[in-house]
Design a protein around this ligand. Structure first.
Ligand SMILES: [Zn+2]
Length: 317
């Protein structure tokens, strides 16, 4: 049995973007409940996510971007005291409340601490049950429910702070990880493989011609078998050739057929299969080292079941 970490923090629950927003605190409860009921939680090593440092977040983001997110929180606090609204709107879908900054730091902190623990050999792999998600966060821009790019920050951190020379990012969220692409495109040390519904939000994110990007657009209403075939033929040879010493997963579960934010037809068994394939590569080239971070997934029941399927493979339970 491989040892699997589970990084989270109650601060990640306090960030919320208004009533009825799909990226809601209850997502983390749905995951926790499912892991409790299924018994899978018992097999995981639970760890408190620390606060990420500004220096580490600046591995993937511009100094002004990080400073402005922190600044929004201070301004918001003053505005609320003066009778203003409880949210600072970043884009039509993305807002901050007074607790968002801490949640953002915990999300990135989880990915970095998980990287440290996996690199130290304390665990083979880890899952970060955090929010806000990160893969739409560009180097200098927050968007699409995302502020700081947890996975891109952790990938850069593994290279810069742990001295690795090759890592991979696997993104199976239904949306294109445009923020991750913005940060890592052209960095040959990082291979990014992804599939995503196309055409779809965030639009136009898939025109990259960078050698280190393997973008696989998939038409709406495609089912798991189609996606598996594409992964087998387009991802796997590139992952094998790159020989990543560590793999980071942008684990979004909104390609599930029950998820209304996307129109793809994946089910739990597909997430288990993808996780197996990624784990095979990690075992062959990177001592099994995987850090997986929650991205999307908005149907609460499907999210809980899909994370369970993902973790059953990571933890071999
Ligand atoms: Zn998504």
């Amino acid at each position: 049995m491989s040892k699997t970490g589970y990084f989270t923090h109650r601060d990640c629950r306090k960030h919320e973007m208004g009533p009825g927003h799909p990226e809601c605190p209850e997502r983390l409860d749905a995951i926790d409940d499912r892991l409790l009921i299924s018994g899978v939680g018992d097999a995981l090593v639970r760890c408190e996510a620390p606060l990420a440092s500004i220096d580490d977040m600046e591995l993937a983001h511009g100094r002004m971007h990080v400073a402005s997110l922190r600044g929004v929180t201070d301004t918001l606090r003053d505005d609320i005291e003066a009778g203003g609204p409880p949210y600072a709107q970043i884009d039509p879908d993305t807002a901050m409340n007074v607790d968002s900054w801490n949640a953002i730091l915990r999300g990135a902190g989880a990915a970095l601490a998980a990287t440290d623990a996996v690199m130290a050999g304390e665990m083979e792999n880890a899952f970060c049950a955090v929010r806000p998600p990160g893969h739409h966060a560009c180097r200098d821009k927050a968007m699409g429910f995302c502020f700081i790019n947890n996975v891109a920050t952790a990938a850069k951190y593994a290279l810069e702070r742990h001295g690795l020379s090759r890592v991979a990012i696997v993104d199976f969220d239904v949306h294109h990880g445009n923020g991750t692409e913005d940060i890592v495109a052209g960095d040959g040390r990082i291979l990014m493989v992804s599939f995503y519904q196309h055409p779809f939000y965030p639009h136009g994110g898939s025109q990259s011609d960078a050698d280190n990007m393997v973008n696989v657009p998939v038409p709406a209403y495609s089912k798991g078998m189609v996606v598996r075939e594409l992964i087998e033929t387009l991802w796997m040879p590139r992952l094998e050739a790159h020989r990543p010493e560590m793999i980071f997963i942008s684990a979004g579960f909104d390609a599930h057929r029950e998820d209304d934010l996307g129109q793809l037809g994946l089910v739990e068994a597909d997430y288990a299969w993808i996780t197996e394939r990624v784990k095979d590569v990690a075992r062959r080239h990177g001592k099994g080292r995987i850090v997986s971070c929650l991205e999307g997934g908005y149907n609460l029941s499907a999210l809980g079941r899909s994370v369970e399927a993902h973790l059953r493979v990571l933890a071999e339970v």
